[in-house]
Design a protein around this ligand. Structure first.
Ligand SMILES: [Zn+2]
Length: 148
């Protein structure tokens, strides 16, 4: 049976969640805090903004692939269906998120995003890697392989 690794937001321990328990409330094996397993059902890119960045990225219970894009950017539009596909394929493993750089200047400045698309990879609230340009799926999967 499939199991998923979900980080406890209180103590940082990764808990194994069997697929059958997704949607149920779990308790962290180490500290006993409640762990919300519903996020393992996320199969679409989540929208990240300056406002929710802290909660959605820094406190994410899963590794994050953040697509930084702009509405006027042609290669970004081409990447959009791939991001949808990756969100579905990597459901329960990686959170695929999208940030509109025009609407969220604080986050764009913070990570010095100078061109779009830029992909940022986060784990445990830390920036792990960044990739620039419209990349094919295999290259993105290669960059994410430690978390898949
Ligand atoms: Zn815990």
């Amino acid at each position: 049976m499939d199991t998923y690794l979900l980080r406890c937001l209180s103590c940082g321990t990764r808990n194994r969640i069997p697929a059958a328990n997704i949607g149920k409330t779990a308790k962290c094996g180490k500290c006993g805090s409640s762990v919300d397993t519903e996020i393992l059902n996320t199969a679409h890119p989540l929208i990240v903004t300056d406002r929710n960045f802290q909660e959605r990225i820094m406190q994410a219970p899963l590794p994050v692939l953040l697509d930084c894009w702009a509405p006027w950017c042609g290669p970004c539009q081409m990447m959009a269906p791939l991001m949808d596909q990756l969100a579905a394929e990597w459901k329960g493993r990686i959170l695929v998120c999208k940030l509109n750089v025009d609407e969220n200047p604080l986050t764009s400045d913070r990570f010095q995003i100078r061109s779009v698309p830029t992909l940022l990879i986060f784990d445990r609230g830390q920036l792990q890697n960044s990739l620039t340009g419209a990349l094919p799926k295999h290259q993105i999967a290669q960059a994410m392989k430690n978390w898949l």
